[in-house]
Design a protein around this ligand. Structure first.
Ligand code: NIG
Ligand code: FE
Length: 430
């Protein structure tokens, strides 16, 4: 099944090729910045579009006739067959490396237990931590490959990937090393984030300060020394890390050169959004309980909101984040899966697009922008991925559809017909 072992080292079939006969080439070309307001609806679609790829990068994207005039004889042609061609999704919030699953908790929630009650009796994140600590690096990479395959076949070519199920120095490093290995060995690109502050481990009991010190004095320096993460994240929430503890951890992370992301206001109005704003974090994620003051603070702090409707849906809640208010406030909204074994067991960005449109009243175009170019900017990669423009990496998906709105409209369907990452075939249905 995993044809792509050591995929990174493989050569593409051809250094130069063209993709032609696209019903819509959704380029998302435009201003070189995260999109806000009315710009979220501008997808820069080329009808009957085509694209030229050289050495893994996009050389040109435009109308078929223009591109055909650039082709030398013998250039390999990929016929999209009047299908929709889009950038690969950029999933800017995932927890993709863990051992075991929690289908038992899913069943308990179906019979009335809440996520918090399950966590309070030792389930939740701590349940996954127990199993993940016993797993080897090899076990974690093996499990991670299965999920990498799911991401790719849903049309995702880059994921942000958090640690956070180890909560000891060795186990957190083990997870970050697994992420590095998955990045090296699969077609999926991983942007690593250190989330040692995902929970206070059970063995610390009420000695919370000691665990915060361990993160600051041991974990962060090792992560930085080995360059195992680009970002640091904290779960800022009642009974997890309060605003003061989160501030200490994130400030220390910044001193090590890491970018900042925050799990904010997910289960209650915990002050996470305001903290993210105060620290000018790259993102504040979740935001189900964020009020207008928090939204305005994000705007003032230049923070991108990352909305995760999959976790609201899977927890059986109806408290979706206020996407429309955020768009009206001029925020560069991002959508992501939050893929994890507890609150959001889906790798599917099309499912997230569907939820964004039906539950948060985003338009299909706004949702696509949030899931591609805006997500790329939130990861500091806006000049590299997230749109189909000259000079960007040839991460693209040919979908079994002819109109971009179909991706959110037909839900529960695997749309991709072919996925290329860096100009190399990563998944094909044919
Ligand atoms: O983003 N909120 C904290 N972390 C995850 C859930 C992780 C889990 O349940 O294992 C989230 O929803
Ligand atoms: Fe999360």
């Amino acid at each position: 099944m995993y044809l792509w072992s050591s995929w990174r080292a493989q050569k593409p079939v051809s250094d130069t090729f063209a993709v032609v006969n696209c019903s819509q080439l959704v380029t998302l070309g435009g201003a070189h910045r995260p999109r806000t307001g009315g710009d979220l609806r501008q997808l820069a679609i080329v009808e009957d579009g085509a694209m030229l790829v050289r050495d893994g990068l996009i050389e040109a994207a435009g109308r078929r006739r223009e591109i055909e005039s650039l082709l030398a004889g013998g250039c390999e042609i990929i016929d999209a067959g009047r299908r929709l061609v889009m950038p690969g999704f950029v999933d800017a919030h995932t927890h993709p490396v863990f051992a075991g699953i929690r289908a038992n908790e899913f069943e308990q929630r179906a019979t009335g237990a809440t996520y918090r009650e399950i966590a309070a009796r030792g389930g939740g994140i701590r349940a996954t931590v127990r199993v993940t600590r016993t797993a080897s690096l090899k076990d974690l990479v093996k499990a991670g490959r299965r999920y990498a395959d799911w991401f790719l076949r849903s049309g995702t070519t880059t994921v942000e990937a958090k640690s956070g199920y180890g909560l000891t120095p060795e186990d957190e490093l083990k997870i970050l090393r697994a992420i590095r290995k998955l990045n090296d060995e699969t077609p999926l690109r991983y942007v690593p984030t250190f989330l040692g502050a995902h929970d206070v481990p059970a063995e610390y009991g009420s000695r919370r300060g000691m665990y915060v010190n361990l993160i600051i004095n041991e974990m962060l320096p090792s992560v930085a020394r080995e360059k195992l993460a680009e970002y640091c994240d904290v779960f800022c929430e009642q009974d997890v890390f309060d605003v003061d503890e989160s501030w200490q951890i994130l400030s220390a992370a910044r001193c090590h050169g890491l970018g900042l992301r925050v799990h904010a206001d997910q289960l209650s109005l915990s002050g996470g959004a305001r903290l993210a704003a105060e620290l000018n974090a790259a993102t504040a994620d979740h935001l189900e309980h964020t009020d207008l003051t928090g939204i305005m603070a994000l705007k003032a702090g230049g923070v991108q909101p990352v909305l995760l409707p999959g976790s609201v849906y899977a927890l059986g809640s109806n408290q979706y984040p206020a996407a429309r208010q955020m768009i009206d406030a001029g925020l560069a909204v991002v959508l992501a899966t939050d893929f994890n074994p507890g609150s959001s067991p889906t790798p599917s960005m099309p499912m997230i697009l569907s939820l964004a449109c039906t539950q948060m009243k985003m338009t299909p175009a706004e949702a696509i922008t949030a899931a591609t170019i805006n997500a790329a900017y939130s990861l500091g990669r806006g000049d590299e991925i997230g749109s189909l423009e000259k000079g960007k990496r040839a991460d693209f998906v040919i979908h079994e559809a002819s109109d971009y709105r179909e991706l959110a409209y037909f839900f529960g369907v695997e749309h991709p017909w072919r996925v290329d990452a860096g100009g190399k075939l990563a998944f094909t249905r044919s």
